[in-house]
Structures are given as structure tokens and as C-alpha cells.
Design a binder for this molecule. Structure first.
Ligand code: B4P
Length: 320
């Protein structure tokens, strides 16, 4: 049995932990409203969410008196047992509930020991993520689809420095753009002969690989390490020629892996954008920001916080 095997009742375990933590007030659930809009030119879907309660959420800049805990409090080191779904997963991780969710059962994969959120994903972190996605989808009676995401580096939208990935459900009737792109090819590792997939209609650089359908290959550490590093090389090649620190978003599903280099975390100094936005889920914490997203258009915002697309460039033999 693999050390990454999850309990058969993984979904139920998440739900019961969530229900208890919610009842005891250890989860701060924020009500939200959502709508799906479509970009006129590309027909790409975006799910816009308005969650005004989040504006009151404590931030690392709040004073210790305000939030009644030490300034450098790390919620992922010795995590709260009431928020813990599985402690010591594969001897290296914890699977936790997000304390401030907008959708129920939002979970996090955190490293047991402190590791930096600026470090690339390890093969074990990729395998654990795929297992979690598999566990979530198998537990769903409604054929729901899930994604994992990792906000890496200063400009990526991360707020916690302790390494963590997050897992969310895609909204119903929503097609994220990478699904359409990944469906165009079989699984491959990017090489000097074949660049990762990039949608020409999108105005920001992004690198996507379809993942293998066979379970043996999908859960193969070496394969995943090569796939991730081939995307990271392209990401670092873009960042190499700029003044920007290393920052990128990772989105993973059971079907594909996506990396997006980031130039900035916040649009016009008001709207924070993380990995979820680069798979089409955009969050606003007040009405003005919600309207701003609609007025400017999600693609324009994503363009400004990323880098120019390289879809038209010929294959470059030297990446980073
Ligand atoms: P980070 O990678 O550091 O940053 P983030 O997702 O952008 O979250 P942030 O904290 O900045 O949240 P925001 O108000 O923008 O993730 C840190 C994670 O740890 C977060 O999930 C955070 O909530 C969680 N956390 C913090 N303290 C904790 C504690 N004591 N115990 C357990 N978990 C703790 O957004 C609020 C939430 O909405 C975030 O979770 C965010 O990922 C999620 N979200 C963003 N866009 C979304 C969208 N379009 N739809 C649905 N959810 C979305």
C-alpha cells in the first residue's frame, strides 16, 4: 500500500471535521455570491465571487492585540486539531481545513515541518496533491471536479510563508480554460522539440501539460518531477530577464498541470489575485472591486499581473 493512500471515507472525514469545526466556531465561513461570465472575444469563462466578509479577516499586518495572537503566528506549524482532517499524512504533511473558507470543505495540504512557500513543488507534494484530488472526486456523488493550487513567491498572491497547497471545487457548469487546451493533446514532457501548450487567445504567458491517463504514470514521482521542472524552466526563463523576484502560480487537476509566471500580486494596488484566478475563479472583497473586475475584464487583469504570452515564439533550446 502506498504511503499516500487516503482513507476510503476521505470525503466524509472532511465533512465531519468541517461540521464540528463550524459548529464550535473554529471555522470562519464567509457567505458569498457568484456568477459566471464569458469573455466576449475568447468565450473563456470566469466565475466572479463577491465575499464582503473577507475584508474583516485578520491579516499578517494586524497588530497582535487586534488578532489576539503573536505577530509571527504560524497556523500551519502545530496546527489546530479541530481544523485537522489528517495529521501526519505520508509522514510529511498535514491535511487541514481552511479556517476562512468561502466554499465549505476548502482544504489545505501543509508540510509538517516548516518549508518555504518560495520553494518549488517536490515530487511528493505533486503526488500527494493528485491523491487528494482523486480522493475528493471519488467521494463526490455529484461528479464534482476539483483543483489544487500553489501560490509560490512574493508576487503570487500568497499570504502565509509556510508551504501549503489548497484544494477547491470548481463551480457547477463551469469549464476552466485549461480543460479545453489540455484536451488538444496527449500527455507529454516539454522538451527542446515540443513546448508546453499555451492558448494563443490568452494575453499572458502560461505553460500547460496534459497529464497521463494511466494511474501508474500519473503517480510516478519521476514523471511528475520531469513534468513540473519542464514547466518551471519555461517560467524561470521568463523571470530571468526581468527585475521581478521568482513568483508563479501552479494549478493542478488530475488531467493537467499549469504554471503561470507572475509579475505582480495586486492589480492597481487594490485587487489581490492568486492562482485560483488563473483557472478562472476571481474573488472580490467589496462591490467596488467586483465592478472593477467587470469593467476592466478578467483577462486584462490577468495580463497585467503576468507576463506577455510566448505562444508565438519558436522553440527555445535554452531554458534557464
Ligand atoms: P495563501 O496562499 O497564503 O493566500 P490566499 O489563498 O490568497 O489566501 P489569503 O489568506 O490571502 O486569503 P484571501 O483573503 O485572499 O493561503 C493561505 C491559506 O491559509 C488561505 O486559504 C487562508 O484562508 C488559510 N489560513 C489562514 N489562516 C489559517 C488558519 N489559522 N488555519 C487554517 N487556515 C488558515 O481569500 C480567502 C480565501 O478564499 C482563501 O482561502 C483563498 O484561497 C480563497 N479564494 C481565493 N479566490 C477564490 C475564489 N475565486 N473562489 C473561492 N475561494 C477563493
Amino acid at each position: 500500500m502506498s504511503e499516500f493512500e487516503l482513507p476510503k471515507d476521505f470525503g466524509k472525514l472532511i465533512e465531519s471535521t468541517y461540521d464540528q469545526a463550524f459548529k464550535s466556531g473554529d471555522i470562519v465561513f464567509n457567505e458569498s455570491t457568484s456568477e459566471i461570465i464569458e469573455d466576449e472575444e475568447t468565450e473563456i469563462q470566469f466565475n466572479l465571487t463577491l465575499a464582503t466578509g473577507l475584508a474583516k479577516k485578520p491579516t499578517p499586518e494586524d497588530s497582535p492585540e487586534q488578532i489576539k495572537r503573536p505577530k509571527d503566528f504560524n497556523p500551519f506549524l502545530n496546527p489546530d486539531p479541530k481544523l485537522t482532517v489528517i495529521a501526519n499524512y505520508a509522514n510529511k504533511f498535514n491535511i487541514l481545513l481552511n479556517k476562512f473558507p468561502i466554499t465549505p470543505n476548502h482544504i489545505l495540504l501543509t508540510t509538517k515541518e516548516f518549508k518555504s512557500q518560495n520553494s518549488p513543488l517536490s515530487p511528493e507534494e505533486l503526488i500527494a496533491s493528485l491523491r487528494i484530488l482523486d480522493g475528493l472526486e471519488k467521494s463526490s456523488t455529484k461528479n464534482e471536479k476539483f483543483f489544487g493550487f500553489y501560490n509560490c513567491g512574493e508576487n503570487s498572491g500568497a499570504s502565509q510563508p509556510h508551504k501549503h497547497l489548497q484544494f477547491l471545487r470548481y463551480p457547477d457548469n463551469f469549464t476552466p480554460f485549461p480543460n479545453l487546451l489540455a484536451a488538444k493533446d496527449e500527455a507529454f514532457i516539454a522538451s527542446a522539440n515540443k513546448e508546453p501548450l499555451q492558448d494563443k487567445n490568452l494575453p499572458f504567458a502560461h505553460f500547460l501539460l496534459p497529464l497521463p491517463k494511466s494511474k501508474e504514470k500519473l503517480y510516478d514521482e519521476e514523471y511528475l518531477a520531469l513534468a513540473f521542472s519542464s514547466l518551471l524552466q519555461r517560467t524561470l526563463t521568463i523571470l530571468r530577464d526581468t527585475e521581478s523576484p521568482v513568483a508563479y502560480n501552479v494549478v493542478i487537476t488530475k488531467k493537467w498541470l499549469l504554471l503561470v509566471p507572475r509579475s505582480n500580486a495586486i492589480y492597481k494596488n487594490v485587487l489581490g489575485i492568486n492562482s485560483a484566478a488563473y483557472t478562472g475563479l476571481i474573488l472580490a472583497k467589496n462591490e467596488e472591486l467586483y465592478q472593477l473586475i467587470k469593467d476592466v475584464g478578467p483577462l486584462e487583469i490577468l495580463k497585467e499581473l503576468g507576463f506577455a504570452s510566448t505562444a508565438d515564439q519558436p522553440t527555445d533550446e535554452y531554458h534557464y
